[in-house]
Design a protein around this ligand. Structure first.
Ligand code: HPA
Length: 276
């Protein structure tokens, strides 16, 4: 990991970003940008203008840092994410976590689109991540110990904060979202999984699968942030239903689920505000 790159990225952000620690950071994945209610933001900064981040190469990922106030909270949202499979290394994937950490963020919600593995899930469900499995064999903490990212061997017994899962559950109750919690398995992508891989992940205890979130959660947990993860189930995973998988199908389902995603996200921020 390149600490100098982190420094130069942070140096391009205005002092507004650092003067008051945002109460919550957001990293929003596929299709989640349309679900964010920001009002008139305090700041918008395209990723292309943040060194080391760069424009997202994935359809459905806007690529913008937005600072805004909602329910009396200051929120810093990275709308759109960079993925390991884009081939630019870990820098752009974990830079949002590092910038949020430097802004003084202590609470982070990471969202994604995911394929459902558990038979109790269906497209359109929203799933709080209770824990994850990383069978991909890659880890953003491999390399030198980074200042601010905790010890060499971080504990991962409780990556996803139980209190935040509870706030998400209450927010889902407020909004009547179709909601559950579950275990998320990380696959590097960019290929979708094979049916045999999905059967293997099911055997490991995974409820859903996706190509993101776990790297950011690993770093944020190591750095001592309170982490929450939220998946929009956009399809059933390979071999479970449907003849094939496509990114178009994923985006189409997020468009359908957008009102529920938006209501849940906003109710979560309202609940977070009330809990402060
Ligand atoms: N697999 C991996 N990533 C995904 C999926 C899937 O089925 N759906 C949305 N993102």
């Amino acid at each position: 990991m390149n600490a100098a790159l982190f420094d130069s990225a942070a140096a391009t952000l205005p002092s507004l970003c650092f003067e008051k620690p945002p109460a919550c950071g957001l990293i929003l994945g596929s299709g989640w940008g349309q679900a964010l209610q920001t009002g008139e933001p305090l700041l918008r900064r395209p990723y292309a203008e943040i060194p080391g981040l760069g424009a997202s190469t994935v359809v459905g990922h806007t690529g913008e840092l937005i600072l805004f106030e909602r329910h009396g909270l200051r929120i810093a949202a990275f709308v759109g994410r960079r993925h390991w499979y884009e081939g630019a290394g870990w820098g752009p994937v974990v830079l949002p976590v590092e910038l949020l950490r430097r802004m003084g963020v202590r609470t982070l919600l990471i969202t994604n689109a995911a394929g459902g593995i558990s038979p109790s899930l269906k497209p359109g469900d929203l799933m709080a991540i209770r824990d994850h499995i990383n069978p991909a064999g890659i880890n953003p903490l491999i390399g030198p110990v980074m200042p601010g990212w905790g010890p060499r061997f971080p504990d991962q017994s409780r990556i996803y904060n139980a209190g935040l899962v509870d706030l998400l559950r209450k927010a889902a109750y407020d909004t009547e979202a179709s909601f559950t919690d579950g275990v998320y398995a990380f696959a590097t992508g960019p290929c979708y999984e094979t049916p045999a891989e999905i059967r293997a992940y099911a055997g490991m205890g995974a409820d859903a699968v996706g190509m993101s979130t776990v790297p950011e959660a690993i770093v944020a947990n190591a750095a001592g942030l309170r982490v929450a993860g939220l998946s929009c189930i956009t399809n059933m995973a390979a071999g479970i239903s449907g003849p094939h998988l496509s990114h178009d199908e994923v985006l189409a389902q997020t468009r359908k689920t957008a009102p529920a995603m938006s209501a849940l996200l906003d109710a979560f921020l309202a609940r977070l505000s009330a809990s402060q």
